[in-house]
Design a protein around this ligand. Structure first.
Ligand code: PA5
Length: 445
């Protein structure tokens, strides 16, 4: 099974020869990526990761997940950006956005350290009361402010509840193999540690311990995830556009961008995909958005957002296209029943599954939006299981690498993320930033 791309709803916007014309650029991007000769080539570990990963660490991840499931009611996952979005996306995709509220025999999983909000952190602390807690702190650099503050709070919390020694058995650190403040602290304290490989950037790291430990704690089959990714790696090895949906997606979005479609809206009709879209936004936004160019990645969940953003998509500035993600099979079905009174007038739907109504909502929308000048790419995924999650993740990652090289950027760095951090450190009075502090404060007067 696989992700399938249907491009019939862009045919009014792109002629077949345009794909032919761009084939040579796709091949060039493929060579640069696979031969490791392009910008950012020291961050290509994700390309071969599905087969070439540390099997001993993988077994330790499963063992740690088993321990957390047996001794904890709650797992707090501390991380931000690439050290957060993948795990949360996978857990919601594979279980539900309401995972924590479901009846289950796995721990609740809360994500902390992804903002600087004291209210958000206090909410999570209050949810821990009277329950056994473990913490997975994740930071590749080991120095990021948001997770560092949250970890300071949770370290103290665990030490007060379980004693210093007891806390050590409940803290798992995922970080660089040798450098960074978190690694130093973890070694000093004797926490169990997992590695973010040097050659895998944060936004490409969900198939490392960064994503796999929290995902495994949720009870998902991480072996099946890696198998799906591995099969996708094999499927997307041929650069020919008529045999590679992943590359065709990369090519089509580049063509649309060059025709003035500056915004790509990732659309789904299942709320369990909403966090995957958040992960996708980071993947594409951080990889391509540089040097004053590239597509702006945005997302909506239908049909809810048809009642908010639908007007704009149908009729506002004509600078966007949609990439719609559909599932062949829903996680759980519900049949609309007959009502003898038919007070709500819905008996014309009696006996129909809700997924049928959702499909008709898609069909109606795709026709309306293309009529309104919005090209639609459609990606179909067989179902939201672990194998397909791994497959889809690799599809989007590889398309991102190819697309980024076609855009003419380094898809694997993120220089712009540093700018706000430097200013914030200076304004907070971090040692070493004294000169900038004064200059920035003057500008704020
Ligand atoms: O993709 C990235 O590199 C970023 O989003 C990082 O993942 C994010 O800034 C967190 O960094 P770190 O894992 O070093 O704490």
């Amino acid at each position: 099974m696989a992700v399938r791309l249907d491009d019939k709803h862009v045919r009014d916007f792109i002629q077949p020869h345009e794909l032919e014309a761009i084939q040579c650029q796709v091949e060039a991007a493929h060579q640069v990526l696979h031969q490791g000769t392009g910008l950012g080539n020291d961050f290509l570990g994700w390309l071969t990761l599905p087969d070439d990963y540390d099997k001993e660490e993988f077994a330790r991840i499963q063992k740690a997940a088993e321990k957390i499931r047996s001794d904890s009611d709650v797992l707090i996952v501390i991380g931000i950006g690439g050290s957060y979005l993948g795990a949360r996306a996978a857990i919601e995709f594979l279980h539900s956005p309401l995972y924590n509220n479901l009846k289950k025999d796995t721990p609740d999983i809360y994500f902390a350290g992804n903002s600087i909000s004291s209210s958000a952190l206090n909410d999570i602390l209050s949810l821990c009361e009277g329950r056994d807690v473990s913490v997975n702190v994740i930071s590749k650099s080991g120095t990021t402010t948001e997770p560092a503050i949250a970890f300071r709070v949770f370290k103290k919390y665990l030490e007060e509840r379980y004693g210093v020694e007891g806390a050590k058995g409940r803290i798992y650190a995922t970080t660089d193999k040798e450098k960074g403040t978190l690694k130093k602290l973890a070694d000093e304290q004797g926490y169990e540690t997992f590695v973010v490989p040097d050659n895998v950037g944060g936004r490409f790291s969900v198939l490392t311990a960064v994503g796999l430990l929290p995902i495994a704690v949720s009870g998902a089959d991480i072996g099946a995830i890696m198998q799906g990714a591995s099969d996708a790696a094999k499927a997307y090895a041929n650069p020919s556009l008529d045999q590679n949906d992943c590359y065709r997606y990369a090519a089509l979005r580049n063509i649309l961008y060059r025709k003035g479609k500056a915004i790509e809206l990732l659309v789904s009709y299942e709320p369990q995909f909403t966090m995957v879209a958040e992960w996708w936004k980071q993947l594409y936004g951080e990889s391509e958005g540089k040097d004053g160019k590239s597509l702006f990645p945005a997302s909506v969940t239908f049909s809810t957002d048809l009642h908010s953003m639908g007007q704009f998509i149908q009729d506002g500035t004509r600078n966007l296209f949609e990439t719609v993600v559909l599932f062949d099979k829903v996680r759980s079905e519900l049949i609309i029943e007959e009502d003898p009174n038919d007070g709500d007038g819905l008996n014309f739907l009696a006996g129909k599954p809700m997924s049928y109504v959702n499909r008709k909502a898609f069909e109606g929308t795709v026709l309306a939006h293309t009529d309104g000048g919005v090209p639609n790419l459609v990606l179909s995924i067989p179902e939201a299981n672990a194998y397909e999650y791994g497959y889809m993740t690799y599809f989007f990652e590889k398309a991102c690498g190819i697309s980024g090289y076609m855009m003419g950027v380094n898809p694997f760095n993120q220089p712009g993320v540093e700018d706000y951090k430097r200013n914030m450190f200076a304004l907070l009075g971090k040692p070493g930033y004294e000169a900038q502090k004064q200059a920035l404060e003057q500008r704020l007067q």
